[in-house]
Design a protein around this ligand. Structure first.
Ligand code: ZN
Length: 333
């Protein structure tokens, strides 16, 4: 009886798997297929979308990459799910950001590093190029992807980790990494030309949390984050009141919302300014800690930064191409 029931269940499951996922769910007999190490993709897990994109750019044909944090996900508060843990434990290579960005995952990732190849790629940057994190000593602002030329150095760390895992593809990986760094250098050139046009009085970037420190340093903008460097701290009423007084006194007219952070504080600021007769407008939505929706140009690192640069430059008074440096904003990748 139980044997027959078991058989029926197995039959039902097999046809379900075949219908919904094609051949993916059909177990493979490894001894018969004997994978060729040169053609089997390396299983790579990346915590953030930015790192997953770096892996795709450098090693697309040789890897199967899984990014844990999708569009709109806040890395400061993200905690690994059960399926993330399974993926990381089974991966050939795990790439994470470090610099305490993945605050809730750090303990797990450090432990994982004892049994798996796991590399914190942003920690390859020397302390001399990093910005401080609040009042903490020996802790740094993790948002380094905001400065393209710093991210180009992180690309080099991603390249090194991929070459160490796949030395047989070293030449192709090095070529792709060099090509991607050249794209990033062009992005930096576009940013410089676009943001240089902003008039002096308007060179203030007011955002929900302090994700744009490196961006401001690279392009000469004063950056004010309402919430501090991590999204984990709340902006108090006092802080909002002080900011409103400052915005009115300095006649700052634009504030930016972020795709991965609640806009509650931004609304409080706009209302506070309105109560004093000062019109503060939303200058646009920026991608701070996560990229755009899957399949869009903004779901690539270049597209994410192009969107931010173009949105900020336009809102603060520069003349920029409506669809950004590549004419691709608002379209598919
Ligand atoms: Zn952040």
């Amino acid at each position: 009886m139980s044997g027959a029931a078991g058989y029926a269940l197995l039959g039902a499951r097999s046809s379900f798997a075949a219908e919904t996922t094609g051949t993916q769910m059909v177990p493979q007999n490894r001894s018969q297929t004997e994978p060729d190490p040169r053609s089997t993709p390396l299983a790579v897990v990346a915590t953030t979308g930015m790192i997953a994109d770096a892996v795709t750019q450098i090693a697309g044909p040789f890897v199967q990459v899984r990014g844990l944090m999708g569009s709109g996900v806040d890395p400061h508060s993200y905690r690994q799910t059960r399926s993330d843990i399974v993926a990381m434990v089974r991966a050939d290579l795990v790439l994470w950001h470090g610099l305490y960005l993945e605050a809730q995952m750090e303990e797990f990732l450090l432990k994982l590093g004892h049994r798996r190849a796991a590399v914190a790629v942003a920690e390859s940057l020397p302390a001399s190029v990093l910005m401080p994190y609040g009042q903490y000593e020996n802790r740094f602002d993790p948002h380094v992807w905001m400065a393209p030329m710093l991210w180009a150095d992180v690309i080099t760390a991603v390249e090194a980790a991929l070459i160490a895992a796949m030395p047989q593809h070293a030449e192709a990986l090095a070529q792709a990494a060099a090509r991607h760094r050249a794209e990033i250098a062009a992005l930096h050139g576009y940013a410089t030309a676009a943001l240089d046009q902003i008039p002096d009085a308007a060179r203030v970037l007011l955002t929900a949390h302090d994700a744009f420190g490196y961006f401001g340093r690279a392009y000469g903008l004063e950056v004010i984050g309402i919430q501090g460097i991590s999204t984990q701290s709340e902006a108090g009423l006092n802080r909002i009141g002080q900011l409103v007084d400052m915005l009115v006194a300095r006649d700052i007219r634009a504030v930016f919302v972020e795709s991965s952070v609640s806009d509650r504080n931004i609304r409080a600021l706009i209302e506070g300014c309105a109560a004093q007769g000062h019109r503060l407008a939303i200058g646009g939505e920026l991608f701070s800690d996560a990229m755009g929706p899957p399949g869009t140009y903004e779901a690539t690192y270049i597209g994410m930064l192009d969107h931010n640069i173009t949105t900020i430059a336009r809102a603060l008074g520069a003349d920029v191409p409506p669809r950004g440096m590549n004419g691709q904003l608002g379209g598919h990748a």
